[in-house]
Design a protein around this ligand. Structure first.
Ligand SMILES: [Mg+2]
Length: 228
C-alpha cells in the first residue's frame, strides 16, 4: 500500500540518504577541508587523517553531549583545539568550517526527488527535518519546502522528538495529520511514530528492517511509488 492516507496535510522529509546520498558528499567535503588545512596547518594535517579526525570528533561529542547535535559547532571546537595543540592559529577554525560547509551543500538529489516533491508541494505542506548541516537554499532543492528545520535550530538531534514537536507547532497540524518520510528506522520511523506522526520508510537500497523496531506504516523504495 503506497497511498498517502487521506487525513494527511503535512509531509516531513529527512534529507541525508532520503533525498540525496550523503556519505560521498561528506567525504568530498572532508577531503577539500584537509587540502585547505594542509597549506595553513601542516603539523595538524601530517598528524591526522580524515578518519582520525572523525574519531576525535566522536570522542568530543561524547565528552560534550550538550553540543553533540550541533555538528558544525563540534567541528569548529575540534579544529580550534587541534590547531592550538599543533601550534597553529586557532582563529582559522571558523573559516575552516565555512569552507567545509560550502562543499557539504553540494548534494545531488536522487532522480525521483524533484519531480515527486514538486508534485506533492501543491497539495501538502512540505517540511524538511535534518540532523545534518546542509543549507537547502544552496542546493537544487531551494524553494521546494515550505519550512526547513535542523537539529541545531531545535537544540536536539533525532531520535529526540524536538524537531517533530517543532513541525507540529509551525504547521498547526495534529501529529496524526503529518506523514514523516525517512531512511533511518530509529531516527526517522520510530522517533516520528513515538511523537504520534504517521510514518513512511524510504528504503532505497532494499535493506532488511531491524527486528527490534515496529515497522513503518508505508514502505517504498522510491518516491515515484507514492500515490496521493
Ligand atoms: Mg537520513
Amino acid at each position: 500500500m503506497n497511498k498517502i492516507p487521506e487525513t494527511i496535510n503535512v509531509i516531513s522529509f529527512d534529507l541525508d540518504d532520503t533525498l540525496w546520498p550523503c556519505m560521498q558528499t561528506i567525504m568530498h567535503a572532508e577531503e577539500q577541508l584537509m587540502q585547505w588545512l594542509a597549506s595553513r596547518a601542516r603539523q595538524l594535517t601530517e598528524a591526522h587523517t580524515i578518519h582520525s579526525l572523525r574519531e576525535h570528533r566522536r570522542e568530543l561529542a561524547r565528552q560534550e553531549p550538550a553540543i553533540a547535535h550541533d555538528l558544525n559547532l563540534l567541528r569548529e571546537i575540534q579544529l580550534r583545539q587541534l590547531l592550538q595543540e599543533f601550534d597553529h592559529d586557532p582563529g582559522i577554525a571558523a573559516e575552516a568550517v565555512d569552507y567545509f560547509q560550502e562543499f557539504r551543500n553540494l548534494v545531488e538529489p536522487y532522480p525521483d526527488v524533484i519531480p515527486s516533491l514538486t508534485r506533492l508541494k501543491t497539495d501538502y505542506t512540505l517540511v524538511s527535518v535534518t540532523n545534518g548541516t546542509t543549507e537547502l537554499d544552496k542546493t537544487p532543492l531551494k524553494g521546494i519546502f515550505h519550512h526547513s528545520l535542523n537539529a541545531r535550530q531545535v537544540g536536539h538531534a533525532k531520535p529526540h522528538p524536538a524537531i517533530f514537536e517543532r513541525v507540529v507547532e509551525i504547521t498547526g497540524s495534529n501529529p496524526d495529520q503529518i506523514l514523516h518520510i525517512g531512511d533511518d528506522p530509529l531516527r526517522d520511523v520510530e522517533s516520528a511514530r513515538n511523537f504520534g506522526l504517521r510514518t513512511l520508510w524510504l528504503n532505497r537500497h532494499e535493506m532488511p528492517w531491524p527486528d527490534e523496531i515496529e515497522r513503518a506504516e508505508i514502505e517504498i523504495t522510491s518516491l515515484s511509488e507514492l500515490q496521493e
